[in-house]
Design a protein around this ligand. Structure first.
Ligand code: C2G
Length: 165
């Protein structure tokens, strides 16, 4: 686990002592985490609070293309680098396939699988391997809406420039 010089995370030793339920638990979660935003950082932080070690599977570019029909804005190497820099993330790996979730859970010794509630019920089959928790999504923000917003702003700016020429 990363050492933290001033630990303001929910995993400070005092809280762990007071809550043995989360002591020594490995939490695993998955996502694309493209165009990082607070919905992403909040779910990662809340996931970390459920254990002592947070492992994050970052969806590969190929998986994203299959799943969502588009390439992420940031490629998988950049997305993995960004997520690995968050202080409440301990380990990052590349998620190559949705079908390998059970294997990843076992490979990383996960005690808890966390997903946002947009995936509610989809991973219940893994309850035989670990605890499965769905956390509420952050309302009003998504990578898709951010990409659209950036595109609209860009279009408006171009129109304004054309208007002035
Ligand atoms: N999330 C959230 N609030 C938002 C947006 C996302 O809590 N406003 C959560 C999602 O529920 C998910 C995580 O952030 O748990 C990552 O979201 P995405 O990058 O959209 O990941 P997704 O494409 O759903 O990939 O194996 C499953 C996939 O890899 C999940």
């Amino acid at each position: 686990m990363k050492t933290r010089s001033h630990d303001v995370s929910p995993r400070n030793p005092l809280e762990l002592l007071m809550n043995p339920q989360i002591a020594n638990r490995t939490v695993i979660t998955f996502g694309t985490f493209d165009v990082l935003h607070v919905g992403h950082t909040r779910i990662l932080q809340r996931s970390a609070a459920l254990g002592t070690r947070l492992v994050v599977g970052v969806s590969s570019d190929a998986l994203n293309l299959r799943k969502k029909g588009r390439r992420p804005v940031y490629d998988q190497a950049d997305r993995m680098e960004i997520i690995s820099q968050l202080r409440f993330v301990d380990q990052v790996f590349l998620e190559e396939s949705l079908e390998l979730k059970g294997d990843y859970i076992q490979q990383f010794g996960a005690d808890v699988l966390v997903m946002g509630d947009d995936w509610k019920g989809r991973f219940d089959e893994f309850q035989s391997l670990c605890e499965v928790v769905y956390l509420p999504r952050t309302e009003g923000i998504s990578t898709t809406s951010l990409i659209e917003e950036i595109g609209e702003r860009h279009d408006r700016q171009r129109l304004a420039l054309v208007g002035h020429s």
